[in-house]
Write a protein that binds this ligand. Structure first.
Ligand code: NAP
Length: 304
């Protein structure tokens, strides 16, 4: 079930009750992984008056995060996040679990953990047993860049922010993360981790694979002068359709690894749709093609 932001009522109240009494603006927020998403969260949260403590793998990243205003202080030591009330886990998907294992011994039981990973099912399954006051999350915002230099103010403004609590998630922890997401200017949604993964397979992970396949296909042009001309003529249409396939390869790889089943299902459906389009063109069924294109222009506003 997917719910809008007025219906954050899933889960049960738990040990975060005391912590929820603290006014939002007085919270200390921790961020692990000071890259595009972690750095952008830090910039926005600091501008809104929160104290932000950052942790990243490299000292140089920590220094840049402080210099850019994405953290009040930053360190390579996870223990430095002990004072944080809420911690955003913003590392790549494949190190989220080990990060939480190393972080847990330094935290008070009421500290709320939330991640920003692009896949939720396996991540929630991995982290929830390690830290009960954990809320799976995914801000639906990004660029093709990565690292602290790519961090942007207002990245989350007017963007969806999905939370994926389970029956075990304390309601007060969900509420805390939701309040922060709303403070970032995002529109919040609640759904199960599985619903999230199926939905983002269609609108995020499938487009990345389609877009990267577009480059693969173009490379097959046999005549070098035609291929070079195509590269020179590429303009706004190609920019729009290729953008997500030309981004951070590590992110795309981890989407495919962690959301494999849902991504394969959406790719199979896409292959079928492409096959239908080919059949219509082969049969010179121009009415059929027109109907397909018309359907596309009617459907687009339903998504964007
Ligand atoms: P990113 O720009 O590469 O940032 C990740 C940062 O994490 C790196 O800059 C790296 O900093 C740090 N890091 C890596 N391993 C670490 C470790 N073991 N401990 C501490 N820090 C570590 O990637 P991103 O795009 O922000 O993605 C981060 C998360 O956001 C991912 O889980 C992704 O699924 C999710 N997400 C991404 C997007 C998007 O469009 N990019 C959108 C929504 C959600 P150092 O320089 O210190 O190594």
């Amino acid at each position: 079930m997917v719910m809008g932001d007025s219906e954050a009522s899933m889960g049960t109240a738990g040990s975060a009750a005391e912590q929820s009494a603290k006014p939002l603006a007085q919270l200390t927020v921790g961020i692990v992984g000071l890259g595009l998403i972690g750095g952008s969260l830090g910039l926005d949260l600091r501008r809104r008056g929160y104290r932000v403590l950052g942790v990243s793998r490299k000292v140089v990243t920590c220094d840049r995060a402080v210099a850019r205003g994405a953290a009040d202080a930053a360190s390579v030591e996870l223990s430095s996040l002990a004072p944080a009330d809420v911690i955003f886990l913003c590392t790549p998907l494949n190190v989220l679990g080990q990060t939480v294992e190393q972080l847990c011994p330094h935290l008070e039981p009421e500290t709320v953990l939330t991640d920003v990973g692009s896949v939720k099912g396996p991540i929630v399954q991995e982290i929830e047993p390690l830290w009960p006051t954990f809320v799976g999350g995914h801000p639906m915002a990004g660029t093709t860049e990565q690292g602290i230099e790519a961090a942007l103010l207002d990245l989350f403004q007017d963007r969806p922010y999905v939370l994926t609590p389970t029956a075990q998630t304390p309601a007060v922890a969900v509420e805390r993360v939701k309040e922060l997401a709303i403070a970032l200017g995002s529109k919040t949604y609640l759904c199960t981790p599985e619903e999230h993964d199926r939905a983002v397979a269609w609108i995020s992970h499938l487009p990345v694979m389609v877009s990267t396949s577009l480059f693969q296909a173009c490379r097959r042009e046999e005549t070098p002068t035609v291929r070079a001309l195509a590269q020179q003529l590429a303009s706004s249409g190609f920019r729009d359709t290729s953008r997500v396939g030309g981004g951070n390869p590590e992110l795309g790889l981890l989407m495919a690894r962690y959301n494999r089943a849902a991504l394969l299902a959406s790719l199979a459906s896409y292959r079928e749709s492409l096959g239908q389009v080919m059949e219509l063109i082969e049969a010179e069924d121009w009415d059929g093609i027109e109907a397909t294109l018309r359907q596309g222009s009617e459907d687009r506003p339903l998504f964007l």
